[in-house]
Design a protein around this ligand. Structure first.
Ligand code: HEC
Ligand code: HEC
Length: 148
């Protein structure tokens, strides 16, 4: 019984080995959509510069303002929220940073809380900084114009 299982195992291994051998042979000739050989390493991703100090106007009235500074060093987790260190009153006065609006304290039932509500705790879910990347496709976006 044992030898029979061994024989079958060896047979499977041989078949698999053959299949693998032929498939790598083919892979060398196959071109990916990016016109590189499929098993060639990918080009490193582009590195973009954060537009530190650049202010962007809001494109529509309800838009969360874009962040005019880099945010990658600021930690946001269960214990720490470094954004609040500058943007929550009274630190906002000391740091001369815009104070988060009162809407950030309202819970999902419309009740005002003393601390920033959980639904606004992960700031970067809504507020993002911009980088100097070119648009990937043509973009005809126009900001909303208010009816006055
Ligand atoms: C060291 C202090 C500091 C920290 C930490 C900080 N900010 Fe700021 N932030 C500022 C200051 C100062 C400004 C105003 C800059 C200006 O007007 O040029 C600002 C501006 C902003 C604005 C623009 C507000 C508006 O009305 O246009 C947003 C949004 C913002 N920060 C979000 C964040 C987020 C999100 C984090 C955390 C990831 C964060 N900030 C962390 C100091 C800070
Ligand atoms: C669910 C989306 C959302 C999250 C999460 C959020 N915000 Fe906002 N934020 C907004 C919107 C929308 C506005 C503009 C309307 C307003 O003032 O409430 C705004 C306004 C602001 C402003 C400008 C206030 C002013 O009066 O000019 C600052 C600064 C700001 N947010 C910081 C923060 C920080 C810091 C956090 C994290 C603690 C945060 N936001 C989390 C949506 C969000």
């Amino acid at each position: 019984m044992k030898t029979k299982i061994m024989a079958i195992a060896i047979a499977i291994a041989v078949v698999l080995g053959l299949a693998l051998g032929t498939s790598t042979g083919i892979a060398a000739d196959v071109k990916a959509l990016r016109d590189t050989a499929v098993n060639a390493p990918d080009k490193a991703a582009d590195v973009f510069k954060v537009q530190d100090g650049v202010k962007h106007e809001r494109a529509y009235r309800q838009q969360p303002p874009l962040v005019p500074h880099a945010t990658d060093k600021y930690e946001i987790d269960l214990k720490v929220n470094q954004c609040l260190r500058c943007h929550e009153w009274p630190y906002s006065d000391q740091e001369k940073a815009p104070k988060i609006s009162d809407l950030h304290y309202i819970d999902r039932n419309g009740v005002r809380q003393d601390t920033v509500n959980g639904n606004r705790y992960v700031c970067t879910q809504c507020h993002v900084s911009q980088v100097d990347a070119k648009p990937l496709v043509e973009n005809k976006f126009q900001p909303a114009v208010m009816n006055r």
